[in-house]
Ligand binder design. Structure first.
Ligand SMILES: [Zn+2]
Ligand SMILES: [Zn+2]
Length: 112
């Protein structure tokens, strides 16, 4: 079996997304233990970044919502801020478990 991009190279695996055969130079990304080519890996990496920023945004929303609720219930007391921070972080953790962003590792430096 030979690499789809390099016919003179022996393939060492396939892309988990587009199923192209890949040599070691073409195996650019590791995603959750699976090998990905350059194009597919980059897509997954961008997805995982947007999931990451969505998670971060939800932490901020959770924090502000709890803060508003806490101030409405207890008035502007110091512990309300702490409570809101805990609620925001807990919400972020919960969502991280639910949506589980893929772990993307780039193996190769950018091709010249
Ligand atoms: Zn691919
Ligand atoms: Zn190759």
């Amino acid at each position: 079996m030979e690499c789809a991009a390099h016919p003179d190279h022996e393939a060492t695996g396939t892309c988990a997304s587009c199923k192209r055969t890949l040599c070691s130079a073409c195996t650019t990304y590791d995603v959750d233990g699976k090998t990905y080519c350059e194009a597919c890996g980059r897509n997954v990496e961008q997805n995982s970044h947007s999931i990451g920023s969505a998670l971060l945004a939800s932490v901020a929303v959770g924090y502000l919502a709890t803060l508003a609720l806490g101030v409405a219930l207890f008035g502007p007391k110091p512990f309300v801020g702490g409570l809101a921070a805990i609620a925001g972080i807990a919400l972020g953790r919960l969502l991280q478990v639910v949506v589980r962003p893929p772990s993307v590792t780039r193996r190769q430096p950018l091709a010249p």
